[in-house]
Design a protein around this ligand. Structure first.
Ligand SMILES: Cc1ncc(COP(=O)(O)O)c(C=O)c1O
Length: 294
């Protein structure tokens, strides 16, 4: 099966113009719409996707990858349902649902399930799993998490998370940080800090951005604590960068007549150290092989 990646707009959402240009209009397609992208929490607009597909009379199966937000968005608006255009959806159990081990929910329209259902004589039942087996604990834990918190409990959690995520974005912005958030999202995006801070807070980071996902356990206190450290980190990086830009440059012509590259003093001393160590190692090896080995 050919896989085609559709480019995204800067907020992480599918670029519908590119989608229309790229999609092969002469054959059916399986579309994977992102209901909350991993890094930016962007939600693809299913209406716009379907509009393009219908315009070009393309037969399709529309899957919604709702790993995190598949359990959040239905509480905010009622649009994520099979009665519209989605044929299947997947939701992680260990994300917003809070199951303490990796598991998930895959839901599909009944007519598709029938393709994989098989009667298994020795269990006197139907097997509707893709792999012919599944972890029996997962549905029990998922059921327990949902019934313990209940619809009202989840609704409350979700509103609180949305509120805190927006609050934290505004707080970061008020400190001069280039933070932003997608509409109806709990993922706050900001410029990546130092590697030490990324490691300490286990921040998901991709290229120049990192994020914080404001889940129910992420309190204002924790966010303040993180922001304090982020600010200190930002300031010390700024000072380091300023120091770097203040480094006196040495024209390489002074060092080598054949090259006119410019290198910094720091690099110069590093190179010198490297050369001295290499020469030193060479002399030691020479002494070893010449005088000691035999
Ligand atoms: C959009 C999206 N899809 C899929 C996954 C993977 O989900 P799981 O951990 O349930 O395999 C993630 C995880 O971050 C995700 O963000």
């Amino acid at each position: 099966m050919d896989v085609v990646k559709i480019p995204t707009t800067p907020n992480g959402e599918m670029d519908y113009v590119e989608f229309e240009n790229i999609i092969d209009k002469n054959r059916p397609a399986i579309i994977n719409a992102n209901i909350g992208t991993t890094m930016k929490g962007a939600v693809d607009d299913v209406d716009k996707i379907v509009e393009v597909l219908k315009k070009h009379k393309v037969k399709y199966h529309l899957h919604a990858d709702g790993a995190l937000m598949g359990f959040v968005l239905p509480f905010l608006y009622n649009d994520l349902s099979f009665s519209r255009y989605i044929h299947s959806i997947s939701i992680s159990g260990h994300k917003f649902l809070g199951v303490p081990f990796p598991c998930g929910i895959f839901m599909v329209e009944k007519k598709f399930k029938e393709y994989i259902v098989q009667k298994v004589e020795y269990i006197s039942s139907l097997d509707a799993t893709i792999m012919g087996s599944r972890n029996g604990h997962a549905p029990l834990f998922i059921h327990s998490c949902i019934s313990k918190k209940g619809m009202d409990g989840f609704r409350e959690d979700i509103y609180q998370c949305l509120y805190r995520a927006q609050w934290f974005t505004n707080l970061m912005k008020s400190k001069g940080i280039d933070a932003w958030i997608n509409h109806y999202s709990i993922t706050v995006i900001f410029p990546r800090p130092s590697d030490e801070l990324i490691k300490k807070w286990a921040l998901a980071t991709e290229n120049e951005i990192s994020h914080v996902i404001v889940m129910p356990h992420v309190t204002k206190k924790l966010l303040y604590e993180f922001l304090d450290e982020y600010m200190v980190d930002k300031e010390s990086n700024k000072i380091e960068n300023e120091e770097d830009t203040n480094i006196e440059y040495i024209d390489n012509n002074e060092l080598s007549a054949t090259s006119n590259e410019i290198i910094t003093k720091k690099n110069y001393y590093n190179n010198m150290f490297h050369n001295i160590s290499t020469i030193g190692l060479g002399i030691i090896s020479f002494i070893y092989f010449k005088f000691i080995k035999h």
